[in-house]
Design a binder for this molecule. Structure first.
Ligand SMILES: *Cc1c(COP(=O)(O)O)cnc(C)c1O
Length: 368
């Protein structure tokens, strides 16, 4: 009896260290959910913050640089943070189907969470401009995929109209619950570092994520959970930089397909985040993006998709502006496995093919 009582005590007092039930459970008081909200989760969030010395060394001046590796979310991108909220709220409202326009990651995430929540999903994508991994995900998670002969901006126009006329919920980042979920990444950074960083570097497409991060940093700052606010440093690909050039880009082009967007829906909010944080928007070329993509893989063991590498490429581009002893976080928004074609085409590794399967020819190939 005494022993079993002791055992019971032991178990009940065991630290709940490995318990992570997703970001809604973790940050409930900060999110627009109630007891009646059904929580649809794949245990997203709690992604690692990784120090990257190879980037810091290229900057010098005592900089500390970290990667917020949001490509480690359940479907491989930060979109899951917003989708757990958007789908939970759609479920609460009794909705049976969701729709989105997507450069790929939103469709993958919407499809997975809709399926988890017992809803149907439709995704409208630009034909031929969605990376293989993302398309594979949408199909595997059971979405109905509609590829249009037009770009993302066109696809978004269509789904916006559709969701107004038919009983189907739009889960693009115009859906305010998306940004609510995404702001939790800023909370995690503050909790990991013990304060907000000096700079936050982030790629921008529709500019929902930069808006969400800024919201998160402000909320924690006002709640006295951080002593400072970061400068919001947003980066776009130079062929697709409406926020840098301050105009709509009709035919955006870039290898970073996730940010191939010419008319960002969250433009006003993103500009406000830039102004209030004394931030800066800059564009980076595709070759600068690929250079950073390679550095992260080769020198840090971190595989991200090209759009994500824009944050690091951007930081390196404006490194002369980095003040002494700064703490900088670069957001890596998506996983490298999303876009295997890009990876195979863009690396400096040695790949011997057609080698005879015998030890001598292998030894010779290896240069011994
Ligand atoms: C969606 C996405 C972005 C852009 O985020 P926005 O909120 O549209 O600015 C950047 N990188 C990846 C990998 C994405 O999937």
């Amino acid at each position: 009896m005494a022993f079993s009582k002791k055992l019971k005590q032991l178990f009940s007092s065991a630290p709940k260290k490995n318990k992570w039930d997703g970001l809604i459970e973790a940050y409930k008081p900060w999110l627009p959910v109630t007891k009646n909200t059904p929580i649809i989760t794949l245990k997203e969030g709690a992604t690692p913050l990784i120090e990257v010395k190879s980037i810091a060394n290229r900057i010098g001046k005592g900089a500390k640089v970290y990667i917020k590796y949001d490509g480690l979310n359940p479907t491989g991108s930060f979109k899951d943070r917003g989708m757990t909220m958007a789908i939970s709220k759609a479920k609460e409202a009794g909705c049976e189907a969701v729709i989105c326009a997507s450069t790929g990651n939103t469709s993958a995430s919407a499809a997975a969470y809709a399926t988890k929540g017992g809803m149907k999903s439709f995704v409208v994508i630009p034909d031929g401009y969605v990376a293989q991994g993302k398309l594979a995900q949408a199909l595997v998670y059971g979405a109905e995929v509609i590829a249009i002969k037009g770009n993302f901006d066109k696809a978004l126009d269509i789904v916006r109209e559709l969701s107004e006329k038919y009983p189907i919920t739009l889960v693009n980042s115009v859906n305010p619950y998306r940004l609510q979920g995404q702001k939790t990444a800023a909370f995690e950074i503050v909790e990991n570092l013990g304060d907000a960083p000096d700079w936050l570097c982030i790629p921008m497409g529709n500019a929902g994520n930069i808006t969400a991060y800024w919201m998160g940093f402000k909320e924690f700052f006002h709640a006295k959970k951080s002593k400072q606010l970061p400068r919001m440093m947003g980066f776009q690909a130079s062929g697709s930089a409406p926020l840098v050039e301050n105009k709509i880009i009709n035919n955006p082009e870039t290898i970073a397909t996730a940010i191939r967007i010419g008319n960002p829906v969250n433009k006003e909010k993103a500009l406000l985040a830039k102004e209030s944080s004394n931030g800066k928007f800059t564009s980076v070329t595709d070759s600068e993006i690929i250079e950073s993509y390679k550095i992260l893989g080769r020198e840090e063991g971190i595989f991200c998709e090209p759009a994500s590498a824009a944050s690091v490429a951007g930081l390196l581009k404006v490194k002369d502006d980095v003040p002494k002893n700064s703490t900088i976080v670069c957001v890596l928004t998506g996983n490298g496995l999303k876009d295997p074609d890009c990876a195979i085409k863009n690396n400096d590794s040695i790949f011997h093919t057609g080698i005879d399967p015998e030890i001598n020819s292998i030894i010779k190939t290896m240069g011994f």
